[in-house]
Design a protein around this ligand. Sequence first.
Ligand code: SPD
Length: 431
Amino acid sequence: MYNMKKWILIVAAALLCSCAGDREHILKVYNWSDYMDMSAVEEFEKWYEEQTGEPVHVIYQTFDVNETMLSKIEKGQEDFDVVCPSDYIIERMLRKDLLLPINHDFGETPDYIKEHLSPFIVSCFDKFEGGDKNANDYAVGYMWGTVGIIYNPKYVTDEEASTWDIFRNPKFEGKLFMKEDPRDVFSQITIFLHHDEIESGERTVDDVLHDSSDKAIAEVEEYLKEVKPLVAGWEADFGKDQMILERGWVSLNWSGDGVWARDQAAPQGVDLKFSFPKEGFTFFFDGWVIPKYAKNPKAASYWINFMNRPDIVIRNVEETGYVSCNAAPEVLEAFTDDSYEPIDVSYFFGPDATEVCTDPVLYPKRSDIERAGMQHDWGDRSQALIEMWGRVKGDNASSMTIIIIVGAIVLLAAAWFFTTASKRRRKSHRR
Ligand code: SPD
């Protein structure tokens, strides 16, 4: 028996060692769901081996909200090699010293990042509030976009969809979808509630977005409690499908999901549009970063570089509907389409791009971008927002719990009734 135990331990230790040894050939990627052409993952494995002579196997996992990803790294210290948080979470990770700098030493391999990253993205990353660190040294933009409203013009007018107030309109009861993302929802609603001050110049969108006071949170809480009875669902990623199926008419959503849903719905005869509400809105930047618990930072920086190779950029944009942070000429060409009116996207592609025929949801025109603001890390105040969200959503949870408990009691009672009745029948048969 003792020998048997000893052998089990030896085999387990050998297995553990061999796994640990393999870790240098494994790349753990943690990305948003529905955020990549998955054939690029396999292609990366081949490309990496060609470039470095070393094999690599990608383990690809997904998340739906920033906070899940952050908690796995911050609290769980999980060893993801490369992850894709949004702007304000990148700031938090910088401030908490959770990131490694990106190494641009690619040997003979071209540096696609430095070659083609949009100057707009670099200047926005310069404004990240990461303490004494510049976000451009620790993060490379992957996709960016805006938060707005996907709507179905069969049921909703352009006028109705031009304001965040649409979520309080009883006409759309049971047809409204809200993002299950406290921070993105908070930001749009607080902009809406303060649009008078923004219009009068008393405050800027940025001032309003920095305001994490109890008062600001209470105002949004009140608005959301009013909205809640009208909402059909709070969704992390299924809102776009609900819109295609016409179960939803209005959805607070990301522009990339707007493009994707619109393009999927059109062949089915469903028309979907995306609006940039008049009161203002936020834009977001999701970027690749290497957490400090990474075990394969070399393959991680090659991954980030590969994600900026123009053909991979184009495939990922086509697959997801989101707009890349990469402004290579091939990308501009791929998304130029004469069926659109010319718009000014020089802020993104450079001074020559003042009249480009491109999709204005994918690449918003300069005047729309000027109405948007960026979200920042709230530090310890983030907790107050999460608590408010819990209070707004909480009633749902308790009524659901009551339904489950009552359902379980009814089922148990029915089971007890039928078992006793059949026992009684069998007894009376025997008699
Ligand atoms: N399908 C997931 C797309 C991820 C988009 N990220 C948006 C982040 C906004 N804070």
